[in-house]
Ligand binder design. Structure first.
Ligand SMILES: NC(=O)c1ccc[n+]([C@@H]2O[C@H](COP(=O)([O-])OP(=O)(O)OC[C@H]3O[C@@H](n4cnc5c(N)ncnc54)[C@H](OP(=O)(O)O)[C@@H]3O)[C@@H](O)[C@H]2O)c1
Ligand SMILES: *[C@@H]1O[C@H](CO)[C@@H](O)[C@H](O)[C@H]1NC(C)=O
Ligand SMILES: *[C@@H]1O[C@H](CO)[C@@H](O)[C@H](O)[C@H]1NC(C)=O
Length: 312
């Protein structure tokens, strides 16, 4: 009996070590050797990238990076005209040679298909080859204190708007000769049910599922990437900082590096490691991560409430 158990443990151990070694190999390859595709070659010379929520945070960083490092023309979509103009100036300054355009649009009061289709129609003269569904909203709090209108905003922006734009641009991109790309910004909040931030977490689980399913269906024409960072220092987190937090500028390089190679990625080694740890725990029991996540969201809520109260 003991001999068998020993042997089983031995082979299970070997299997796990093998898996970890393969994972680590991919990690090294991705982070130290991968160059990323030449976007002009792959998606079309002098084509445009359309970024939603480009007035702040990750969207603004990505707009500047796309212009400066990738030489892409940029459409910035946002809901605030002044912020859009300010952001456009920053993008122009990052690379005066590229073209820019702004598009004012608020996901909160545009729920219908027609208003999203109009975005694509208004931009029909631009050879858009990349869409980044980045606009998102979060109000991290216990469900009983979540206002219904905020819940609707999160649904409109994170789920409805993202879905419709994915559909409209997938159809548009299917007609291009070259390949095209859609990057949907999800979050680590979408990996496991997230007590204390339940609806936002669910919206990001939706983004992860949609992006990977559509990405597989349309793999012959489209590179689809789900970008799922942990905490990022932006307005959304009220400028959260810490050893586990990355900046919005840290988010840009890995998106272009992995586009066309991966279906989902994270911006840092630590964020990758969290995913690596969470996946087997979820396999054991779906509720197990709650033991860590629930108190973590509680602390986060308290930190943000304190900051909001101080501002008042
Ligand atoms: N920060 C994090 O820790 C974190 C972690 C994982 C994933 N993410 C995701 O990353 C994405 C970007 O977030 P961020 O951290 O960069 O947040 P942010 O700094 O708050 O920026 C969000 C952007 O989306 C825009 N936006 C929000 N609601 C909108 C609406 N109804 N209509 C049009 N535009 C709207 C914002 O416009 P305004 O400037 O006008 O508000 C802003 O440009 C989101 O999808 C978020 O869920 C963030
Ligand atoms: C859309 O909603 C914003 C607030 O989110 C508001 O300021 C704006 O007036 C609304 N626009 C329309 C057309 O209802
Ligand atoms: C967050 O950081 C930005 C940029 O540094 C700053 O303009 C803003 O006032 C900060 N917000 C808070 C609440 O500290």
């Amino acid at each position: 009996m003991f001999c068998c158990l020993n042997q089983i443990a031995y082979y299970v151990g070997l299997f796990v070590i093998g898996l970890v070694a393969v994972k680590f190999g991919f990690y090294v390859q991705r982070n130290f050797f991968r160059k990323g595709y030449d976007v002009h070659e792959r998606y079309g010379k002098d084509s445009w990238i359309l970024i939603t929520g480009a007035t702040a945070g990750i969207g603004l960083s990505l707009a500047k990076y796309s212009a400066k490092v990738k030489g892409l023309n940029v459409v910035l979509l946002g809901r605030n005209q002044e912020k859009l103009e300010e952001a456009e100036k920053e993008v122009k300054a990052a690379n005066p040679k590229i073209k820019t355009k702004t598009y004012k649009f608020d996901f909160n009061n545009n729920s219908g298909y027609e208003s999203y289709l109009k975005i694509s129609e208004d931009l029909r003269d631009l050879d858009i080859s990349m869409l980044v569904n980045n606009a998102g909203y979060m109000d991290l709090r216990p469900i009983l204190t979540l206002k219904e209108e905020v819940m609707e905003q999160v649904t409109q922006t994170n789920i409805n708007g993202l879905s419709l734009l994915t559909l409209i641009f997938a159809k548009r991109f299917a007609k291009r000769d070259k390949r095209s790309a859609i990057v949907n910004v999800a979050s680590q909040a979408g990996y496991a049910p997230l007590p204390g931030n339940a609806h936002y977490g669910a919206s990001k689980a939706f983004v992860r599922s949609l992006t990977k399913a559509v990405g597989y269906e349309l793999r012959d024409k489209l590179d689809m990437l789900c970008f799922s960072p942990g905490f990022v220092t932006t307005a959304m987190t009220i400028n959260k900082t810490g050893p586990d937090v990355v900046t919005s500028d840290d988010c840009c390089h890995c998106i272009f590096r992995d586009l066309g190679y991966e279906t989902e990625n994270q911006p840092s080694t630590l964020h990758e490691f969290v995913v690596f740890l969470v996946s087997p725990v979820l396999l054991i029991n779906e509720n197990l991560p709650n033991l860590v996540l629930s108190p973590m969201m509680g602390q986060e809520f308290k930190r943000m409430e304190d900051l909001r109260n101080k501002e008042k």
